[in-house]
Design a protein. Structure first.
Length: 422
């Protein structure tokens, strides 16, 4: 292997490690062209254009390479050689300079067809520009058992003004709103938000932190802009932001600038000068409202809050009936189960029914005889499943007692006193 081959081998090895290095690829193409390997040189230049279609240096190289294609004289065609031989003009005749021909890019692109993709791709007809899934819920608040206090708060603070355009016009209020649902995890905040959209007959978009936050700098802000732009196109629309404490955490607690800019973008979209949110209703849900940036709690943003507590007895009965509706049960004392599950979240009640069903399944598997799910299975399940809301109330107690600025947590404080948790 001579020095030229070793150099080409080294360059190809370097390009295997860094295929996107256009400069290095063009250097290899020039070496191949100088050595007479025209196909290899054009292939490398075409690959460089694939990585950087706007590279003028690669395009100029393609022009040079195409101009060096073998002519008829080089292939032994004597007639072509005679035609191609330059003729000197007569000294007594005026010198005629032929016009410079434009380079035929169409012909050049046909020469490299298959090596380089098209510079621009047309968007297919009928393509959907929406990034986030949009629903049209048929769920209504009447479909949710119990939770009458929460329904009343939603009606007074949010739904009644939205349903009455004449009253809004009379009192000069705008068709926009922001409401924050907070409370222990697993108590149906997303379910309630979907029911609110159903009450309004509006589109519904639910978004979590994984749909917005991105690893690359600036992409999270772009995701928020796209989200709000889509919600405005779908108006009237209920936009539900889950885990607002993660998206809009206090900027004073952010270690880097990344999350601060995300909060700034969220503030701008919710109540910025250029934001036109008419017909856009923003609902947020959080387990930790005390971690939400204070700017997000100001008027025009999440200025109203609703505490979503563990289901009351009526709601617990409805949830238990829902989870047992398609299961083989007999002699289930729902009244007893409702009384013994005070403090259970909706998710806890679902887990309780699953655990009771597992007890019956295991017993049937061991005996070889299928049996129904009975109260004995629920007795076992109640010894295993404990309410998950206790740790949340332990953490919320300190906030309600010592950080209840402006009465933001009066509802929580009243509930804690009623339940004798303080």
């Amino acid at each position: 292997m001579d020095a030229h081959d070793r150099l080409v081998t080294s360059l190809r090895a370097a390009l295997d490690a860094r295929p996107e290095d256009v400069t290095l690829r063009l250097h290899l193409a020039q070496i191949l062209l100088d050595s007479g390997d025209l196909p290899g040189a054009m292939s490398e230049a075409a690959e460089a254009l694939r990585y950087d279609p706007s590279c003028d240096q690669a395009r100029d190289f393609m022009v040079t390479a195409l101009e060096r294609r073998p002519s008829g004289a080089e292939t032994g065609n004597a007639e072509a050689e005679a035609v191609a031989e330059p003729r000197l003009p007569r000294t007594d005749a005026p010198l005629e300079v032929p016009p410079k021909e434009r380079f035929d890019w169409t012909a050049a692109e046909s020469d490299v067809a298959g090596l380089v993709g098209p510079r621009f791709a047309d968007e297919p007809a009928g393509a959907n520009p929406d990034t986030y899934e949009t629903e049209t819920p048929g769920l209504r608040l009447a479909d949710i058992g119990g939770m009458e206090d929460v329904k009343d708060r939603l009606e007074v603070a949010f739904l009644a003004p939205m349903r009455n355009p004449e009253l809004r016009a009379l009192y000069g209020t705008s068709l926009r709103g922001g409401l924050l649902l907070y409370g222990p995890p697993g108590c149906g905040k997303t379910f309630l938000a979907r029911a609110v959209a159903g009450e309004l007959g509006a589109s519904f978009i639910v978004v979590g932190i994984s749909d917005v936050l991105d690893l690359y700098f600036g992409q999270s802000e772009r995701n928020l802009r796209e989200l709000f732009a889509q919600a405005r196109r779908k108006a009237p629309c209920v936009l539900f932001l889950d885990e607002v404490d993660a998206l809009g955490q206090k900027r004073s607690q952010s270690r880097g600038s990344g999350m601060r800019t995300v909060v700034n973008q969220l503030l701008e979209e919710m109540d910025g000068v250029a934001a036109d949110n008419e017909g856009l209703f923003i609902l947020g849900a959080t387990n930790q409202p005390w971690d939400v940036d204070t700017a997000l709690r100001r008027p025009g943003r999440f200025d109203r809050t609703v505490l979503v507590l563990p289901p009351d007895p009526t709601a617990r009965r409805s949830i238990l009936e829902f989870h047992l509706r398609n299961r083989p049960v007999e002699n289930i004392d729902l009244t007893s189960l409702v009384a013994r599950t005070d403090g259970f979240s909706g998710a806890d009640l679902g887990h309780l029914c699953d655990t009771a069903a597992e007890q019956a399944l295991i017993a049937s598997s061991r005996s070889g005889t299928v049996r129904m799910i009975g109260m004995a299975d629920f007795e076992t399940a109640l010894r295993q499943v404990r309410p998950s809301t206790g740790p949340w109330f332990d953490a919320a107690k300190g906030v309600a007692m010592f950080a209840n600025e402006g009465g933001a947590y009066d509802d929580l404080l009243s509930y804690l006193k009623q339940q004798r948790m303080m």
